[in-house]
Ligand binder design. Structure first.
Ligand code: ZN
Ligand code: ZN
Length: 635
């Protein structure tokens, strides 16, 4: 069957079920979805929901009903009707008409009021205007990234329509190969942490899971895309689990070299990914490193990104169906479930995950419809990688702060901009409010504010308690104690404010403003340097933890200035967004259904060996320890 005949079959199913009076004018692919255009969409929306449900069940495809352009009300009239239906409490900040899709984007401070009880307002808007309303939250804190991406997607609306149409054609191409096999190739992030990339191949499709970079000393390392297995021209889809650079940092490279297929992520990941990739380019440039792609490639990647929500089942190639699930690691982080070849094979790839509740996020999902293979991260899989309980971890940070404050010192916390920084902000704000530490200035520098703004735009991706607080206007990320530093000139004044706390990026001392603070504070024995996240092998952070006290700072003229580190150094592991050894083992024993085999990745060699041995002996599940560049037929 050709694409046309696949579409023909779909058309026939749809036409046989939808009553003539709906006035169908067009049926077409819109990425993984089928868009049905009708002159009387009300037939399908008001009382006709069962018909649509029937179609979805028969086709096993997502269907979206759109009004034919002919019958849409004018923009002026539609705007008036929307303002009449939606109560003032919604605080609408923008109404935008996408003529390509027939969607009207309503941006509001309180989206709940736009939606109305059981979605009543939305239904009324569609029925009265024939525009399909899409509700967007106004960022509670201003965010450049959100503005830029929304502008980019609007500007390219017509190109995006063509892109989605092409993707739809590709996904619905007919299956040529009846041969049933599934192969996994380790392109990066195996027996190491960094540059995660996994190629999943069937006879029919090529899917890439993650494509990251490995931050290290002088030149970063990239995935093994030069292996024969990897052919950029045959790549069907890329799935990114989360926005950390060790999972998405190399994505723009694919677009530089001609990839024009889809990238599947959650919505927060789409925004964070752009921010982090651009920052990666900026930081590298400042340090004289060469990056093999540019910001233009970052933008191209974004315009080929298709955001999905957790639990949404989506065809991404003729024989692969993708579902993203909650991973509990950072906002928008996802566990990937692939259903291959109509029941042939199912695999779960955890990405980075936390199988425990944190202040910020709910724990990772462990129930799947089917799972023959589990590919699991093993960052903290070593036999001694047991983290203290959360309350003890927080108490340790509070103790360090109090001790440092009693010496009139400064607490310097290098933090990953995404995840850890927000978590630490919540802990510190809470500790001040409970009088566990003195009221203090907290200086925050380096992208953290922008990332926090993205967090507050997607409260539905945060833990219930944080979500409720944001819904009720009690935003825990806004505090009188937080000072956002946007002028690098101020750093020398800031280190004179004593005692105080400084949170700055990067989290592993691989660059960024934290390096400037470290240079200023290193000789000060009253101050403390506190690591709160995993330090990748080879980074300055890791070397300091291993005992390095003579810190090299490259000067703009290329010379190296060595400064003696006199600060007290602490490593607090319990804040990690990763599962510790106990949680990893608990995940393997509680995942449903139990996988037949496990592949371990994202961990140092020794840790993987220790975790593999325990899983084999205690849980009696076969474990495969793949290395980079290894390929394995799993079915
Ligand atoms: Zn991560
Ligand atoms: Zn990672």
């Amino acid at each position: 069957m050709s694409v046309d005949s696949v579409l023909e079959t779909i058309r026939n199913v749809i036409l046989s079920k939808i009553p003539l009076e709906a006035g169908i004018t067009r049926i077409e692919f819109e990425g993984p979805k089928i868009a049905i255009y009708a002159t009387k969409p009300s037939v399908l929306v008001d009382g006709g929901e069962n018909i649509v449900r029937e179609i979805v069940k028969t086709l096993k495809k997502r269907v979206v009903i759109r009004a034919d352009p002919e019958v849409r009300k004018s923009e002026h009239e539609t705007r008036e009707i929307i303002l009449k239906i939606v109560p003032l409490e919604a605080e609408i900040t923008d109404i935008y008409f996408n003529n390509e899709t027939g969607e009207v984007e309503i941006t509001a401070k309180k989206p709940g009021y736009v939606i109305g009880k059981d979605g009543q307002n939305l239904k009324r808007i569609l029925l009265e205007t024939n525009w399909r309303p899409k509700v967007i939250r106004t960022p509670p804190l201003p965010s450049k990234t959100i503005r830029q991406i929304r502008e980019l997607l609007r500007k390219d609306a017509d190109e995006r329509k063509v892109f989605l149409h092409n993707i739809g054609q590709k996904i619905h191409r007919s299956i040529i190969f009846k041969d049933s096999m599934v192969r996994i190739t380790a392109l990066g992030g195996f027996q190491e942490v960094g540059r995660s990339a996994i190629l999943v191949q069937t006879a029919e499709s090529n899917i890439l899971l993650d494509i990251g970079v490995k931050p290290s000393g002088n030149s970063d390392e990239y995935p093994f895309l030069n292996l024969g297995e990897f052919d950029i021209d045959r790549l069907d889809a890329v799935v990114i689990t989360h926005a950390h650079l060790d999972h998405c940092g190399f994505l723009p490279f694919l677009f530089k070299y001609g990839y024009r297929g889809a990238v599947y992520v959650t919505e927060p990941t789409m925004y964070l990914m752009k921010l982090l990739q651009e920052d990666y380019i900026d930081v590298a440039r400042r340090e004289g490193k060469i990056v093999p792609f540019s910001k233009r490639d970052v933008a191209t990647a974004i315009s080929h990104t298709i955001p999905l929500t957790y639990g949404e089942v989506t065809d991404i190639s003729p024989d692969v169906r993708l579902t993203l699930h909650e991973a509990g690691h950072i906002i928008g982080s996802a566990i990937v479930h692939l259903h291959i070849g109509r029941g042939l094979f199912n695999l779960v790839y955890t990405g980075d995950f936390k199988f425990n509740r944190t202040r910020l996020l709910d724990p990772a999902t462990h129930r799947f419809p089917r799972a023959e293979l589990l590919i699991m991260e093993s960052t903290y899989g070593g036999s001694s990688d047991i983290m203290p309980p959360r309350f003890e971890t927080e108490r340790k940070l509070i103790e360090i702060i109090n001790r440092t404050f009693s010496r009139n010192g400064i607490v310097l916390i290098p933090a990953l901009a995404v995840g850890r920084a927000q978590d630490i902000m919540l802990v510190i704000n809470d500790a001040i409010n409970k009088n566990l530490i003195p009221k203090t200035e907290v200086f925050i520098e380096g992208m953290i504010q922008e990332v926090t703004a993205i967090h507050t735009t997607f409260p539905e991706y945060l833990s219930q308690s944080v979500r409720e607080r944001i819904y009720h206007g009690n935003n825990p990320f806004i505090s009188e104690y937080f000072n956002i530093v946007d002028d690098p000139e101020k750093r020398s004044e800031i280190v004179e404010v004593r005692p105080s706390i400084i949170i700055a990026t990067s989290g592993m001392l691989t660059g960024g403003p934290v390096m400037e603070y470290l240079k200023l504070l290193a000789p000060d024995s009253r101050s403390s340097l506190v690591f709160v996240s995993y330090q990748i092998e080879g980074t300055l952070g890791r070397r300091i933890l291993q005992g390095l006290r003579e810190i090299p700072f490259p000067q703009p003229d290329g010379r190296i200035n060595v400064v003696n580190l006199k600060m007290e150094v602490y490593n607090i592991e319990g804040f990690s967004g990763h599962s510790d050894r106990k949680q990893l083992l608990r995940y393997v024993s509680s995942i449903q259904p139990q996988p037949e085999r496990i592949i371990l990745c994202h961990g140092e060699k020794s840790k993987i060996r220790e975790l593999a041995s325990t899983i084999r002996h205690r849980l009696r599940i076969p474990v495969i320890e793949m290395g980079n560049a290894d390929a394995l037929r799993v079915r």
